[in-house]
Design a protein around this ligand. Structure first.
Ligand code: GAR
Length: 187
């Protein structure tokens, strides 16, 4: 799993699979030395590894991850663009969660609070989450799962964020579970 910040999704995913001996989190990777995810995963006996831009873009980290032989690479609040070297090495094996109903509110600069602010500014009555495969184009890979949540005029940006996070925590672990089990049935 890759995360850049708080790591609440990573935490929920770790908790979901804690008792499932068929699924192992082989690595938690972050580009941010101060990311909350580093503390959050300790309770699961995991140590997050911090990497820098050169590790990520010059092949060092890619080689490490190849050696781990992951069935799935999960981006859970990871904010760097995934390079083509990663996409080509792991076609249909990298998934991302986006805090809106793509294709709306996607693309460069549309992450976290920026998304919720734009949703509020446009007076949207509905927002939601999208889980999708990662391809060369930012936020444009094939959609795996979406879920909506209703908004009211009273919802502040923080309320929208909270509603979306609740949806993410409810669905992301089980979508990952289904993808992993589907894959093992196909082998
Ligand atoms: C999540 O809401 C996720 O959808 C979003 O970052 C948040 C991370 O929260 N991702 C993006 O905006 C990617 N474009 P978390 O660190 O608490 O899991």
């Amino acid at each position: 799993m890759f995360a850049s910040g708080n790591g609440s999704n990573v935490e929920e995913i770790c908790r979901f699979f804690e008792q499932d001996l068929s699924v192992t989190v082989v690595a938690v990777l972050t580009n941010n030395l101060n990311a909350g995810v580093i503390q959050r995963v300790k309770q699961f006996g995991l140590k997050a590894e911090v990497f820098n831009k050169a590790d990520f873009t010059e092949g060092g980290l890619l080689k490490k991850v190849i050696d781990l032989k992951p069935d799935l690479i999960v981006l859970a609040g990871f904010l760097w663009k995934i390079g083509n070297d990663w996409v080509n090495t792991f076609p249909n094996k990298i998934i991302n969660i986006h805090p809106a109903l793509l294709p709306k509110y996607g693309g460069k600069g549309m992450y976290g609070h920026h998304v919720h602010k734009a949703v509020k500014a446009n007076g949207e009555r509905v927002t939601g989450i999208t889980i999708h495969y990662v391809n060369e184009a930012y936020d444009e890979g094939a959609i795996i799962f979406q879920e909506e949540v209703q908004l009211t005029d009273e919802d502040r940006v923080e309320d929208i964020a909270k509603k979306v996070h609740t949806l993410e925590h409810r669905h992301f672990p089980s979508v990952i579970d289904q993808l992993l089990k589907k894959e093992s049935n196909e082998v």
